[in-house]
Design a protein around this ligand. Sequence first.
Ligand code: SF4
Length: 331
Amino acid sequence: MLCESFSQHETGPHCLLEPPSRKTRHGVEHLHMTIAQSLTDSSAEARRRLVGGTAPMLLHPRPHPPTHWRQAKLIVTRGCWARCEFCHFSRFVPLSQGKAVPPVLGIPDAVAELQRAPAFDGVKVVTGLSFQAPLEYFTHLIQALREATGQPVQAFSAVEVDHLARRLASSAREILTEWKRQRLDRLGPGGAELLVPSVRPSLARYRISVERWLEIHRVAHSLGLRTAAGLMFDARTTAAQIIEHLNRLREVCEGLDHIELQPLESAQTALTPIRPPRLDQLLRVAAATKTLWPDLPLHIHLRSIASADAEILLADAGVDRIIETVLEVQP
Ligand code: SF4
């Protein structure tokens, strides 16, 4: 049971914030402190504690670095109207290398690219919020990818499911039922970047609400579909926000396949001046998340930190996999 160990901390709906007993209070305060330190300490101070061996992050010592999970990423449309501040996909791109792009990636083209690709461990499909692609396109896409690769397919997010349901005057349940029939493996984490209502408008003003994100994940779980959750943060993210986010994820943790840490380091968005989190921050957030869910695989998206030493530290903090994109295909 994924939530079992978590429930050791729990006696009420807000267990992280309102620990019920001395025993669990210690764990919760420790967690809170761990995250708070990650976001407030100077890196020199954090490194001193890390090297000195007194930092609370080395909770899950492992002798080996995390594995690299090689994903083939299919971006099947060329833009999204939602204009989330952190997303370079939030614009429409009508031309590519001077040629008009088709509204969606052709399914035979997608399959051919995957068959030519270097080895990969799974397929991730990014759709954005499109008004052009019909439901059948997505259904056939899942079917074709599963048949052609035999690899797990992670596709769509709660945001995309909600958009499609409203566009087609359908329901999330109907859409997910059909995709489950086509052997979709799991929904992606999109839309869960920070489940904190007070900051969502400034990051992603047209996103679905926290409640709707949770509702769609519950529907998926009730149909037997697994889902992934994310945690996006940068150097400004507060401990309270991270705790609130993790606390909301508890509501759906039974059906989660894994959690993806998404340190914000986009170079192409309106948030460009924002500093990405430091390595010590990554380590502490990873350790805190793994402490809550020791059995739930913890993945991380990394672009700028890739040294062997950093990978060992990430493994010590509980990171199981580093997500590496080995192929990216667009229309
Ligand atoms: S909804 Fe998704 S694809 Fe669209 S702008 Fe936001 S993050 Fe990007």
